[in-house]
Design a binder for this molecule. Structure first.
Ligand code: AMP
Ligand code: GLY
Length: 418
Protein backbone atom coordinates (compact mmCIF):
# COMPACT_ATOMS: atom_id res chain seq x y z
CA UNK A 1 0.00 0.00 0.00
CA UNK A 2 1.25 3.50 -0.87
CA UNK A 3 0.37 6.36 1.46
CA UNK A 4 1.01 10.06 0.74
CA UNK A 5 1.08 12.65 3.51
CA UNK A 6 0.78 16.30 2.54
CA UNK A 7 2.46 18.82 4.88
CA UNK A 8 5.74 19.44 6.64
CA UNK A 9 5.10 19.94 10.35
CA UNK A 10 5.17 18.04 13.63
CA UNK A 11 1.53 17.16 12.99
CA UNK A 12 2.39 15.35 9.75
CA UNK A 13 5.36 13.59 11.40
CA UNK A 14 3.04 12.34 14.17
CA UNK A 15 0.47 11.09 11.62
CA UNK A 16 3.19 9.34 9.64
CA UNK A 17 4.73 7.80 12.80
CA UNK A 18 1.37 6.51 14.03
CA UNK A 19 0.36 4.90 10.75
CA UNK A 20 3.85 3.43 10.24
CA UNK A 21 3.46 1.73 13.63
CA UNK A 22 0.20 0.15 12.40
CA UNK A 23 1.00 -1.03 8.87
CA UNK A 24 4.50 -2.35 8.41
CA UNK A 25 4.00 -3.15 4.74
CA UNK A 26 3.10 0.39 3.59
CA UNK A 27 5.38 2.69 1.59
CA UNK A 28 5.16 6.32 2.66
CA UNK A 29 5.60 9.49 0.64
CA UNK A 30 5.61 12.97 2.17
CA UNK A 31 5.27 16.23 0.39
CA UNK A 32 7.14 18.44 1.14
CA UNK A 33 7.93 16.59 4.44
CA UNK A 34 10.83 17.36 6.80
CA UNK A 35 14.01 15.74 8.12
CA UNK A 36 12.23 13.52 10.65
CA UNK A 37 9.46 12.42 8.29
CA UNK A 38 12.24 11.55 5.82
CA UNK A 39 13.29 8.74 8.18
CA UNK A 40 9.94 7.04 7.52
CA UNK A 41 8.78 8.36 4.15
CA UNK A 42 10.16 9.17 0.71
CA UNK A 43 10.37 12.94 0.46
CA UNK A 44 8.72 14.39 -2.65
CA UNK A 45 9.87 17.79 -3.77
CA UNK A 46 6.60 19.39 -4.90
CA UNK A 47 5.47 22.64 -3.24
CA UNK A 48 2.25 22.63 -1.23
CA UNK A 49 0.52 25.12 -3.53
CA UNK A 50 1.11 23.08 -6.69
CA UNK A 51 -2.16 21.15 -6.42
CA UNK A 52 -2.05 19.97 -10.03
CA UNK A 53 1.51 18.73 -9.51
CA UNK A 54 0.44 16.82 -6.38
CA UNK A 55 -2.46 15.22 -8.26
CA UNK A 56 -0.20 14.18 -11.15
CA UNK A 57 2.30 12.67 -8.69
CA UNK A 58 -0.43 10.66 -6.92
CA UNK A 59 -1.76 9.35 -10.24
CA UNK A 60 1.66 8.47 -11.57
CA UNK A 61 2.82 6.73 -8.37
CA UNK A 62 -0.57 5.01 -7.94
CA UNK A 63 -0.95 6.29 -4.38
CA UNK A 64 -3.65 4.31 -2.55
CA UNK A 65 -4.43 6.82 0.18
CA UNK A 66 -3.57 10.49 0.71
CA UNK A 67 -3.84 12.45 3.97
CA UNK A 68 -3.91 16.25 3.93
CA UNK A 69 -2.32 18.01 6.93
CA UNK A 70 -2.68 21.79 6.46
CA UNK A 71 -5.73 23.89 5.53
CA UNK A 72 -4.48 25.68 2.41
CA UNK A 73 -4.66 22.70 0.01
CA UNK A 74 -8.14 21.87 1.41
CA UNK A 75 -9.30 25.44 0.81
CA UNK A 76 -7.80 25.20 -2.68
CA UNK A 77 -9.95 22.15 -3.46
CA UNK A 78 -7.36 19.36 -3.49
CA UNK A 79 -9.89 16.81 -2.20
CA UNK A 80 -12.35 17.70 -4.99
CA UNK A 81 -9.55 17.21 -7.55
CA UNK A 82 -8.60 13.79 -6.14
CA UNK A 83 -12.22 12.67 -5.85
CA UNK A 84 -12.87 13.52 -9.52
CA UNK A 85 -10.03 11.18 -10.45
CA UNK A 86 -11.30 8.51 -8.02
CA UNK A 87 -8.16 8.75 -5.88
CA UNK A 88 -8.81 8.19 -2.19
CA UNK A 89 -7.96 11.16 -0.01
CA UNK A 90 -8.74 12.14 3.59
CA UNK A 91 -10.05 15.66 4.20
CA UNK A 92 -13.14 17.76 3.41
CA UNK A 93 -13.94 19.09 -0.04
CA UNK A 94 -13.70 22.82 -0.68
CA UNK A 95 -17.39 23.29 0.17
CA UNK A 96 -16.66 22.02 3.70
CA UNK A 97 -13.29 23.74 4.08
CA UNK A 98 -15.17 27.07 4.06
CA UNK A 99 -15.76 26.52 7.80
CA UNK A 100 -12.11 27.50 8.23
CA UNK A 101 -11.35 29.71 5.25
CA UNK A 102 -14.24 32.12 5.84
CA UNK A 103 -14.85 33.31 9.39
CA UNK A 104 -17.94 35.23 8.21
CA UNK A 105 -19.42 32.06 6.73
CA UNK A 106 -18.61 30.12 9.91
CA UNK A 107 -20.22 32.73 12.19
CA UNK A 108 -23.38 32.89 10.06
CA UNK A 109 -23.51 29.08 10.02
CA UNK A 110 -23.30 29.02 13.84
CA UNK A 111 -26.12 31.58 14.15
CA UNK A 112 -28.29 29.62 11.74
CA UNK A 113 -27.78 26.44 13.80
CA UNK A 114 -27.96 28.01 17.29
CA UNK A 115 -24.38 26.94 18.05
CA UNK A 116 -23.06 28.92 21.03
CA UNK A 117 -20.47 31.52 19.97
CA UNK A 118 -19.67 35.17 20.76
CA UNK A 119 -21.98 37.83 19.31
CA UNK A 120 -20.55 39.55 16.24
CA UNK A 121 -20.90 42.04 13.39
CA UNK A 122 -19.38 42.00 9.91
CA UNK A 123 -17.84 44.96 8.06
CA UNK A 124 -16.48 45.15 4.54
CA UNK A 125 -14.81 48.55 4.70
CA UNK A 126 -12.70 50.61 7.05
CA UNK A 127 -15.32 53.22 8.00
CA UNK A 128 -18.02 50.66 8.73
CA UNK A 129 -15.63 48.59 10.90
CA UNK A 130 -14.53 51.73 12.76
CA UNK A 131 -18.15 52.74 13.49
CA UNK A 132 -18.88 49.27 14.94
CA UNK A 133 -15.77 49.33 17.13
CA UNK A 134 -16.65 52.83 18.43
CA UNK A 135 -19.84 51.33 19.84
CA UNK A 136 -18.22 48.25 21.41
CA UNK A 137 -16.12 47.98 24.56
CA UNK A 138 -12.47 46.95 24.75
CA UNK A 139 -10.80 44.50 24.43
CA UNK A 140 -12.26 44.21 20.93
CA UNK A 141 -11.76 41.04 18.93
CA UNK A 142 -11.26 41.67 15.20
CA UNK A 143 -10.79 38.83 12.73
CA UNK A 144 -9.88 38.93 9.06
CA UNK A 145 -12.36 36.80 7.09
CA UNK A 146 -9.94 34.58 5.10
CA UNK A 147 -6.95 32.29 5.76
CA UNK A 148 -4.16 34.31 7.34
CA UNK A 149 -1.62 31.77 8.65
CA UNK A 150 -2.46 32.57 12.27
CA UNK A 151 -2.04 36.34 11.83
CA UNK A 152 -5.65 37.22 11.10
CA UNK A 153 -6.92 37.85 14.65
CA UNK A 154 -6.23 40.83 16.90
CA UNK A 155 -7.46 41.35 20.44
CA UNK A 156 -7.23 45.13 20.53
CA UNK A 157 -6.96 46.72 23.96
CA UNK A 158 -7.66 50.24 22.65
CA UNK A 159 -8.89 52.14 19.61
CA UNK A 160 -5.38 52.86 18.31
CA UNK A 161 -4.56 49.15 18.10
CA UNK A 162 -7.91 48.37 16.49
CA UNK A 163 -7.37 51.07 13.85
CA UNK A 164 -3.87 49.78 13.07
CA UNK A 165 -5.29 46.35 12.30
CA UNK A 166 -8.11 47.82 10.17
CA UNK A 167 -5.53 49.83 8.22
CA UNK A 168 -3.48 46.66 7.68
CA UNK A 169 -6.55 44.89 6.31
CA UNK A 170 -8.32 47.58 4.30
CA UNK A 171 -5.55 50.00 3.30
CA UNK A 172 -2.26 48.11 3.32
CA UNK A 173 -3.97 44.93 2.11
CA UNK A 174 -1.50 42.75 4.06
CA UNK A 175 -3.56 39.61 3.46
CA UNK A 176 -3.47 40.21 -0.31
CA UNK A 177 -7.16 39.57 -0.70
CA UNK A 178 -9.53 41.20 -3.18
CA UNK A 179 -12.60 40.53 -1.06
CA UNK A 180 -11.90 42.13 2.32
CA UNK A 181 -14.14 41.61 5.32
CA UNK A 182 -13.66 41.54 9.07
CA UNK A 183 -15.66 39.99 11.89
CA UNK A 184 -15.88 42.08 15.05
CA UNK A 185 -16.62 39.71 17.88
CA UNK A 186 -17.52 39.80 21.53
CA UNK A 187 -14.48 39.15 23.78
CA UNK A 188 -15.02 35.87 25.62
CA UNK A 189 -13.42 35.06 28.97
CA UNK A 190 -12.64 31.53 30.06
CA UNK A 191 -10.37 28.57 29.34
CA UNK A 192 -9.55 27.45 25.82
CA UNK A 193 -9.90 23.84 24.74
CA UNK A 194 -9.19 22.08 21.44
CA UNK A 195 -11.91 19.53 20.75
CA UNK A 196 -11.45 17.47 17.59
CA UNK A 197 -13.56 14.82 15.92
CA UNK A 198 -13.19 12.68 12.81
CA UNK A 199 -16.41 12.39 10.87
CA UNK A 200 -17.76 10.73 7.72
CA UNK A 201 -20.55 13.31 7.53
CA UNK A 202 -22.99 11.26 9.64
CA UNK A 203 -21.14 9.43 12.42
CA UNK A 204 -18.09 10.66 14.22
CA UNK A 205 -15.41 9.65 16.68
CA UNK A 206 -14.31 12.24 19.23
CA UNK A 207 -10.56 12.57 19.71
CA UNK A 208 -8.97 13.01 23.13
CA UNK A 209 -9.36 16.68 24.16
CA UNK A 210 -6.14 18.71 24.15
CA UNK A 211 -4.88 22.13 25.07
CA UNK A 212 -2.33 24.20 23.21
CA UNK A 213 -0.18 27.21 24.06
CA UNK A 214 -0.17 29.90 21.38
CA UNK A 215 2.10 32.60 22.82
CA UNK A 216 5.86 32.57 22.42
CA UNK A 217 6.86 33.30 26.05
CA UNK A 218 6.12 31.79 29.46
CA UNK A 219 2.99 33.05 31.18
CA UNK A 220 1.27 33.49 27.79
CA UNK A 221 3.26 36.61 26.97
CA UNK A 222 4.45 37.93 23.63
CA UNK A 223 3.14 37.42 20.11
CA UNK A 224 1.07 34.49 18.86
CA UNK A 225 2.84 31.55 17.23
CA UNK A 226 1.75 28.39 15.45
CA UNK A 227 1.80 26.74 18.92
CA UNK A 228 4.59 26.31 21.49
CA UNK A 229 3.31 23.21 23.28
CA UNK A 230 0.29 21.12 24.15
CA UNK A 231 -1.00 18.42 26.45
CA UNK A 232 -3.70 15.76 26.71
CA UNK A 233 -5.84 14.73 28.58
CA UNK A 234 -7.32 17.99 29.90
CA UNK A 235 -8.77 17.67 33.42
CA UNK A 236 -11.13 20.62 32.85
CA UNK A 237 -12.85 18.60 30.11
CA UNK A 238 -14.98 16.36 32.32
CA UNK A 239 -17.39 13.74 31.01
CA UNK A 240 -20.30 16.17 31.67
CA UNK A 241 -18.61 18.97 29.74
CA UNK A 242 -17.93 16.61 26.85
CA UNK A 243 -21.62 15.66 26.75
CA UNK A 244 -22.55 19.36 26.55
CA UNK A 245 -20.01 19.98 23.78
CA UNK A 246 -21.41 17.07 21.78
CA UNK A 247 -25.04 18.10 22.29
CA UNK A 248 -24.75 21.86 21.77
CA UNK A 249 -21.83 22.09 19.35
CA UNK A 250 -20.76 18.88 17.59
CA UNK A 251 -24.18 17.44 16.69
CA UNK A 252 -25.69 20.75 15.51
CA UNK A 253 -22.58 21.34 13.37
CA UNK A 254 -22.90 17.95 11.66
CA UNK A 255 -26.67 18.43 11.15
CA UNK A 256 -26.10 21.98 9.87
CA UNK A 257 -23.57 20.77 7.29
CA UNK A 258 -26.02 18.09 6.13
CA UNK A 259 -28.77 20.73 5.75
CA UNK A 260 -26.40 22.72 3.54
CA UNK A 261 -25.75 19.57 1.48
CA UNK A 262 -22.11 19.49 2.48
CA UNK A 263 -20.83 15.91 2.60
CA UNK A 264 -18.15 16.57 5.20
CA UNK A 265 -15.54 13.82 5.58
CA UNK A 266 -12.47 14.70 7.59
CA UNK A 267 -11.39 16.25 10.85
CA UNK A 268 -13.50 18.93 12.45
CA UNK A 269 -11.55 20.91 15.00
CA UNK A 270 -13.61 23.03 17.40
CA UNK A 271 -11.56 25.82 19.00
CA UNK A 272 -13.61 26.39 22.16
CA UNK A 273 -13.71 28.89 25.00
CA UNK A 274 -15.17 27.31 28.13
CA UNK A 275 -16.98 30.30 29.64
CA UNK A 276 -19.17 30.59 32.74
CA UNK A 277 -22.16 30.17 30.44
CA UNK A 278 -20.68 26.99 28.97
CA UNK A 279 -18.59 26.16 25.89
CA UNK A 280 -18.60 28.62 22.98
CA UNK A 281 -16.96 28.23 19.58
CA UNK A 282 -14.09 30.60 18.77
CA UNK A 283 -13.26 29.00 15.45
CA UNK A 284 -13.55 25.91 13.30
CA UNK A 285 -10.56 24.28 11.66
CA UNK A 286 -11.01 21.64 9.01
CA UNK A 287 -7.85 19.64 9.77
CA UNK A 288 -5.83 18.17 12.60
CA UNK A 289 -4.40 20.71 15.07
CA UNK A 290 -0.69 21.38 15.38
CA UNK A 291 0.66 20.80 18.08
CA UNK A 292 -2.46 19.02 19.43
CA UNK A 293 -2.01 16.02 17.13
CA UNK A 294 1.44 15.38 18.61
CA UNK A 295 -0.16 14.63 22.02
CA UNK A 296 -3.40 13.07 20.78
CA UNK A 297 -1.96 10.34 18.55
CA UNK A 298 0.52 8.86 21.07
CA UNK A 299 -2.49 8.24 23.35
CA UNK A 300 -4.53 6.46 20.66
CA UNK A 301 -4.39 2.66 20.91
CA UNK A 302 -6.76 1.95 18.01
CA UNK A 303 -5.63 2.18 14.40
CA UNK A 304 -5.63 5.67 12.89
CA UNK A 305 -5.45 4.55 9.27
CA UNK A 306 -8.52 2.37 9.74
CA UNK A 307 -10.47 5.35 11.11
CA UNK A 308 -9.35 7.71 8.32
CA UNK A 309 -10.27 5.17 5.66
CA UNK A 310 -13.66 4.51 7.28
CA UNK A 311 -14.33 8.28 7.30
CA UNK A 312 -13.58 8.55 3.58
CA UNK A 313 -15.76 5.52 2.81
CA UNK A 314 -18.67 6.64 4.99
CA UNK A 315 -18.30 3.63 7.30
CA UNK A 316 -17.24 5.24 10.55
CA UNK A 317 -18.49 3.70 13.82
CA UNK A 318 -18.45 5.61 17.11
CA UNK A 319 -16.68 2.77 18.90
CA UNK A 320 -13.69 2.60 16.53
CA UNK A 321 -11.45 4.77 18.66
CA UNK A 322 -9.68 3.71 21.86
CA UNK A 323 -7.28 5.52 24.18
CA UNK A 324 -4.77 4.76 26.86
CA UNK A 325 -4.93 6.54 30.20
CA UNK A 326 -1.35 7.83 29.86
CA UNK A 327 -0.81 11.56 29.52
CA UNK A 328 1.26 13.26 26.82
CA UNK A 329 2.99 16.66 26.97
CA UNK A 330 4.59 18.32 23.93
CA UNK A 331 7.19 21.06 24.30
CA UNK A 332 8.05 22.82 21.05
CA UNK A 333 11.61 24.03 20.45
CA UNK A 334 11.80 27.02 18.12
CA UNK A 335 14.53 29.00 16.38
CA UNK A 336 15.77 32.23 17.92
CA UNK A 337 13.65 35.12 16.61
CA UNK A 338 10.54 33.05 15.82
CA UNK A 339 7.70 34.04 15.20
CA UNK A 340 9.61 36.94 13.61
CA UNK A 341 12.73 36.54 11.48
CA UNK A 342 15.07 33.65 12.26
CA UNK A 343 18.12 31.94 10.83
CA UNK A 344 18.22 28.33 9.63
CA UNK A 345 20.92 25.74 8.99
CA UNK A 346 21.97 25.22 12.65
CA UNK A 347 23.13 21.66 13.38
CA UNK A 348 20.95 19.88 15.97
CA UNK A 349 22.47 17.49 18.51
CA UNK A 350 21.01 15.20 21.15
CA UNK A 351 17.93 13.92 19.30
CA UNK A 352 19.34 10.57 18.20
CA UNK A 353 18.06 8.50 21.07
CA UNK A 354 14.37 8.84 21.77
CA UNK A 355 12.95 6.16 24.02
CA UNK A 356 9.48 4.68 24.27
CA UNK A 357 8.28 7.31 26.69
CA UNK A 358 9.79 10.24 24.78
CA UNK A 359 8.92 10.92 21.15
CA UNK A 360 10.47 13.53 18.93
CA UNK A 361 8.38 14.87 16.08
CA UNK A 362 10.26 17.12 13.69
CA UNK A 363 8.84 20.35 12.26
CA UNK A 364 11.36 22.68 10.57
CA UNK A 365 14.31 20.32 10.07
CA UNK A 366 16.19 18.83 7.17
CA UNK A 367 18.84 16.15 6.99
CA UNK A 368 22.20 16.87 5.39
CA UNK A 369 24.65 13.97 5.27
CA UNK A 370 24.03 12.44 8.70
CA UNK A 371 23.13 15.63 10.54
CA UNK A 372 19.77 17.26 11.12
CA UNK A 373 19.77 21.01 10.52
CA UNK A 374 17.19 23.60 11.53
CA UNK A 375 15.04 24.65 8.58
CA UNK A 376 12.08 26.54 10.04
CA UNK A 377 10.64 28.59 12.91
CA UNK A 378 9.28 25.72 14.93
CA UNK A 379 11.96 23.04 14.82
CA UNK A 380 11.14 20.11 17.11
CA UNK A 381 8.32 18.74 19.24
CA UNK A 382 9.55 16.82 22.28
CA UNK A 383 6.70 14.68 23.60
CA UNK A 384 6.89 13.02 27.02
CA UNK A 385 4.52 10.18 27.86
CA UNK A 386 3.76 9.34 31.50
CA UNK A 387 1.11 8.05 33.86
CA UNK A 388 -0.04 11.61 34.50
CA UNK A 389 0.63 15.11 33.15
CA UNK A 390 3.35 15.92 35.66
CA UNK A 391 5.32 12.77 34.83
CA UNK A 392 4.87 13.31 31.09
CA UNK A 393 6.07 16.92 31.38
CA UNK A 394 9.10 15.86 33.41
CA UNK A 395 10.10 13.37 30.71
CA UNK A 396 9.78 15.96 27.94
CA UNK A 397 11.89 18.53 29.82
CA UNK A 398 14.52 15.94 30.82
CA UNK A 399 14.99 15.05 27.17
CA UNK A 400 15.20 18.72 26.14
CA UNK A 401 18.20 19.18 28.41
CA UNK A 402 20.12 16.86 26.10
CA UNK A 403 19.10 18.64 22.89
CA UNK A 404 21.02 21.58 21.52
CA UNK A 405 21.08 23.92 18.56
CA UNK A 406 22.27 27.51 18.46
CA UNK A 407 19.58 29.95 19.60
CA UNK A 408 17.02 27.29 20.59
CA UNK A 409 14.01 28.65 22.47
CA UNK A 410 11.28 26.77 24.30
CA UNK A 411 8.69 27.59 26.95
CA UNK A 412 9.41 26.32 30.47
CA UNK A 413 5.78 26.37 31.62
CA UNK A 414 4.04 23.93 29.26
CA UNK A 415 1.53 21.85 31.27
CA UNK A 416 2.79 23.39 34.52
CA UNK A 417 -0.41 24.74 36.07
CA UNK A 418 -2.97 22.10 35.13
P1 AMP B 1 -9.12 32.11 16.20
O1 AMP B 1 -8.15 31.99 15.06
O2 AMP B 1 -10.44 32.63 15.83
O3 AMP B 1 -9.17 30.87 17.06
O4 AMP B 1 -8.41 33.15 17.20
C1 AMP B 1 -7.07 32.99 17.64
C2 AMP B 1 -6.98 33.14 19.14
O5 AMP B 1 -7.51 34.41 19.54
C3 AMP B 1 -7.82 32.12 19.90
O6 AMP B 1 -7.14 30.92 20.09
C4 AMP B 1 -8.07 32.86 21.20
O7 AMP B 1 -6.95 32.76 22.05
C5 AMP B 1 -8.22 34.28 20.76
N1 AMP B 1 -9.65 34.61 20.51
C6 AMP B 1 -10.32 34.47 19.36
N2 AMP B 1 -11.60 34.88 19.49
C7 AMP B 1 -11.74 35.30 20.75
C8 AMP B 1 -12.84 35.84 21.51
N3 AMP B 1 -14.04 36.05 20.96
N4 AMP B 1 -12.62 36.15 22.80
C9 AMP B 1 -11.40 35.96 23.38
N5 AMP B 1 -10.34 35.47 22.72
C10 AMP B 1 -10.49 35.14 21.43
N1 GLY C 1 -3.12 24.60 17.45
C1 GLY C 1 -3.91 25.47 16.68
C2 GLY C 1 -4.15 25.05 15.30
O1 GLY C 1 -3.77 23.97 14.87
O2 GLY C 1 -4.78 25.82 14.58
Amino acid sequence: MKILIIGSGGREHAICWKIASEVSSATFYALPGNGGIGEIANIVDIPLDDLQGILSFAKQEKIDFTIVGPEAPLAGGIVDMFNKKKLRIFGPEQKGAILEYSKVWAKEFMMENSIPTGSFSVADNFEHAKRIIEKTSFPAVIKFDGLAAGKGVVIASDMAQALRFLEDVFEKNIFSSADKKVVIEEFLEGNELSYLIITDGESYVPLAPAKDYKKIYDGDKGPNTGGMGSYSPVSMCTHELEKIIEKKIVNPTIKGLQRRNIDYRGVLYFGLMITQQGPKVLEYNVRFGDPETQVILPRMTSGLLEILQAAVEGKLKNNMVRWKDDAAVDVVIASSGYPGKYETGMPITGIEKAFGDVLIFHAGTKKKNDTFLTAGGRVLNVVGIGKDISQARMKAYEKIEKIYFKGMHFRKDIALLV
